[in-house]
Write a protein that binds this ligand. Sequence first.
Ligand code: ADE
Length: 246
Amino acid sequence: MPENSPESPTVPWTATVLTLFPEMFPGPLGASLPGKALESGLWALESVDIRDFASNKHRTVDDAPFGGGPGMVLRPDILASALDATATGGEDEALIYLTPRGAPLTQSRVRELSALRRLVLVCGRFEGVDERVIQARELEEISIGDYVLSGGEPAAVVLIDACVRLLPGVVGAPEGLVEESFETGLLEYPQYTRPNPWEGRDVPEVLTSGHHERVRTWRQEQSEQVTRGRRPDLWQRYRDRNKTDE
Ligand code: ADE
């Protein structure tokens, strides 16, 4: 792969997905905002079929877990071959394994990952992958939430989507990104548009007042209220942060 300089990237931000279901990509990433950006070359997507690295004629990639138990485990030798053939080992690359055992994905990690040059994303199936390959290739384990998917692919789609929308040129009005949930530490305030009224419900009067400062204050209060009610964890962190800032 040619070397890039940050000023003139010849190869855009790239997601390389290692999967047993390459046909699941681009999937939703081929539509809407990420799809348009993909088409115009603002980012690139590669999917690699892990099964291409199987060594026997049946193309077996998994085996029973040592110690017994249900399901099958992805073999370390096969996954390592797939990783070694795709990862460059460069500083500007992250090797990620998507798993419900991983660290929860946050907007700040998304921001960091979108600033790299390339992500190599391992999607597991079955009961998981052999622990030794996670350690040997120093995979970062990431979860997209406290629920179990049937495989890592939808989680890879989520992670890629979250990164792509932060790439330069992808979102038309980047100032909009700052006010969003998680960037400020608060959830977003509610939005309204025409018609007004609708089904007997009025748009809050302040929003039609033309009074920018009142609108700003109202939105801030709404953000605080909704965060306090729905996400006490975020609310606590926000309060702590603003305390130390004073
Ligand atoms: N694979 C299965 N469930 C997952 C989750 N919640 N996050 C990331 N990868 C997964």
